[in-house]
Design a protein around this ligand. Sequence first.
Ligand SMILES: [Zn+2]
Length: 344
Amino acid sequence: MKAMVLRGPNTPFVLTEVPDPVAGPGEAVARVLACGSGLTIQHIKAGRIAAPFPRIIGHEITGEIVSLGAGVRGLAVGDGVTAYYYLNCGHCRWCLSGLEPLCANSGGNVGRNCDGGYAEYIKLPAHLFIRLPQGLDYRAHPAEVGVIMDALATPYKVLKRARIRAGETVAVFGAGGGVGIHQVMMAKWARARVIAVDVAADKLDACRKAGADEVVDASRGDVTQALLDLTRGEGADVAIDYVSSTSTLEAGAKALGRHGRLVTLGGAGQTFRVSSLDMLLKEQDLLGSRYVTRSEILETLDLVARGEVWPIVTEIRPLAEAEALHERLEQGKITGRAALLIGR
Ligand SMILES: [Zn+2]
């Protein structure tokens, strides 16, 4: 099969002919129709996230099962599928209690610790494939369907993690990014009032198009003050931080009102300071949010199948143009998600 192979960190893709994957016991192989191209996998390509090489990256797949190894149940050849991103075990305490991202035996990530979707075929442990629902025309829209399992499901999960209710004010930091803009969309779907925070005019325009009620340009002064001004001094109900730097986390925490909730995801592990007295007096929560469960992916797929939301994929290119697409990703030029079309 043809695959885009990375031979090391910070090297160009090499279009390579590699052996077709063969499903062993408990595994399945899918033909890849499309694979999303987001910043997480660009971080692997650029060497900012460590991975073993050579590697085929990519995890936001739409595919069709072509072969099953011994002992696989619940999948059939021809099934339309996407994939779960974490190589979780499926049987530890955390996997069994609906907290799969916390798996105690996690083997890492699809497209990082095993080969991923930038190839004509992908082989995974069969339990990581997720069948697409009836009513989702994945053949007509493989790029959009592929990104649901991360770019759209992650913000959907945050709605639940932060207990977002209709009418609440939700500030999204990094709202112009590939997942942030879907957070704007999902928070609007949940009937919240959404304030998008980012640093470039074109990104803020895209946030408005995705449904943001207000935008704050963080390059133009004090974000906390701007959020307080937009909430009549009361503060936001929820701040969701896709940047999660020291400065954005502290700005978000200070902009929270009574019963406020700060959600951190993304970022590089920076520390930050909050007032414990504010947390106490206002009964505020600090929350970490890590990817999603398989049932949250199924719920998000159903939302798309019912036409309630639709992923924002603005650039779709053939596999051969992966390098050019990733240059644009690196330069921050992609609005929403990009994706590669691979098979038919
Ligand atoms: Zn587990």
